[in-house]
Design a protein around this ligand. Structure first.
Ligand code: SF4
Ligand code: SF4
Length: 471
């Protein structure tokens, strides 16, 4: 949704979604994918592996994203609330299960899980032989670019991960800009070039402390192009690059958000340079798992036994230049379902790929959901708003036709109740959209460039009108 949209336009935008499927949940918003697969046990010894031609690493096609670790708190509407202390026993259990089922790539960062991901990942992995897994972590110097702070960050990663080398090291999230550096190239130079940190990292690679060097990209495509040109000019060798790729972003990324670049371009630029692609957001923050019922039915019709998410995983994994797909698996059920999708990979046919890219993706775009992928980079909000929680709830309700446009809608009462009851269940009252004061702190943090306060204010206004039956 565009910036500063008024309420009338806002309502118009979700009209299309409102008129579809009449099978919405009566209370709350539930997952449309009623798969039985998640209850099955994934097979052992069936993982698909890809070869990294730089080092000969045999990497599991499914990589464990350690961004959102399980905590000791309660869950509310499928989201964790309350005690945010990481549940180390559960992390250990899930890491053990993943390794036993062939997952050998673990992706973390100094900034994930409020800065605690490397610590907990290190504890879990250190209980296993070092050669049985690959660690990916990042130079996440987004907030301080001084040479010393960046070097400290690298050394801290080694310490927390209880290792003396990193298998896959990334310049984290190149392509962004901020108030100090509105031009994304200037910020890239400040973070990695002017402070000599890229030289430091290259030295660490020579010393064997880093085995593969790459970057992850979000934002301004000119920085992506610039980084590849550096390789073309022989200044650096990228052993891998991490990009967002899924069937919605393949052709429609720019349509959803004119600041995003289609995954087809990013992938092809890597492929022609023979740079393996590490894929983030194969499910687009869950949006390709939790889809409108109408679309779920179209996928189920083709393969009733497969989960909706498995289509998105197989779509990304079918591309031959893909080394590994990352998935943030907070709960054991996520891990099991993803293993079922990829143990082994059953590649999609060319016809199925086109069906997803063209037919399904086009329909999803028509739903006008907020392009939030639940990455939580915008968190914490100093005023306590659960930004992704609000957007995830809104998108789910939109997908399920529970965002009534007027009191005249035949399903108005049912949809109104589903939206409001589900909202209170998913997001505690004190963390809802009406608590946003519009300070703007979150806006530069969002890689999807969502105008967060505008969207929250629109949702808060909508909720108020829904409560008062004023639509
Ligand atoms: S703009 Fe709103 S949501 Fe964003 S940080 Fe400020 S109060 Fe929180
Ligand atoms: S609003 Fe943006 S930063 Fe926040 S969770 Fe969504 S995509 Fe991530």
């Amino acid at each position: 949704m565009s910036n500063k949209i008024n309420r009338r336009s806002f309502l118009k935008l979700f009209g299309a979604g409102t008129l579809t499927a009449g099978t919405a949940a009566v209370v709350g918003c539930k997952n449309n994918d009623n798969t039985t697969k998640a209850r099955q046990e994934p097979p052992v010894g069936k993982m698909t592996y890809r070869l990294n031609h730089n080092t000969g690493d045999k990497v599991s096609i499914l990589g464990y994203g350690m961004m959102r670790l399980p905590t000791k708190g309660q869950t509310l509407g499928g989201r964790q609330v309350g005690d945010e202390e990481v549940d180390q026993d559960m992390v250990n259990k899930q890491v053990d299960y993943a390794l036993a089922h062939g997952v050998n790539y673990f992706d973390t960062s100094p900034v994930y899980t409020q800065g605690m991901s490397e610590h907990h990942t290190g504890i879990a992995l250190h209980r296993h032989p070092r050669k049985s897994y690959y660690i990916a972590t990042k130079m996440s110097n987004m907030h301080s670019y001084t040479r010393q702070d960046s070097i400290d960050m690298f050394n801290h990663s080694l310490k927390e991960l209880q290792t003396d080398y990193i298998d896959y090291y990334l310049l984290h999230s190149i392509g962004g800009s901020n108030d100090e550096y509105p031009d994304a190239i200037d910020l890239f130079n400040a973070r990695f070039i002017k402070n000599g940190i890229l030289d430091f990292i290259l030295q660490k690679k020579k010393e064997g402390k880093i085995r593969n060097l790459g970057f992850s990209y979000h934002g301004d495509v000119k920085v992506f192009d610039h980084a590849l040109q550096m390789m073309d000019q022989g200044k650096v060798h990228w052993d891998f690059v991490q990009i967002e790729l899924n069937y919605l972003d393949w052709h429609w990324a720019n349509e959803i958000n004119d600041r995003n670049t289609d995954a087809e371009y990013l992938y092809e630029e890597l492929r022609k340079r023979n740079i393996p692609a590490v894929i983030m957001e194969p499910l687009l923050g869950g949006r390709l798992a939790d889809m409108p019922i109408k679309l779920v039915n179209q996928l189920k019709q083709r393969e009733p036994e497969r989960s909706v998410a498995s289509w998105a995983f197989r779509y990304a994994a079918t591309r031959p230049n893909v080394l590994v797909l990352l998935s943030g698996m907070t709960y054991m059920e996520h891990l099991k379902d993803n293993l079922l999708s990829l143990c082994p990979l059953k590649p999609l046919t060319a016809k199925e790929m086109t069906f997803l890219e063209e037919d399904i993706a086009k329909q999803i775009v028509g739903y006008k959901t907020i392009p939030c992928n639940d990455c939580k980079y915008c968190m914490p909000c100093p005023y306590g708003v659960d930004i992704p929680g609000v957007f995830v709830h809104y998108n789910k309700c939109l997908n399920e036709s529970n965002v009534p446009q007027t009191t005249q809608d035949p399903e108005y009462a049912k949809a109104r109740r589903a939206f409001l009851v589900g909202y209170d269940r998913s997001v505690p009252k004190l963390r809802q959209a009406d608590h946003c004061i519009g300070c703007g702190t979150c806006v530069p943090m969002c890689p999807q460039k969502i105008q967060i306060p505008d969207e929250l204010h629109n949702i808060a206004d909508y909720v108020e009108e829904l409560k008062q039956d004023l639509l």
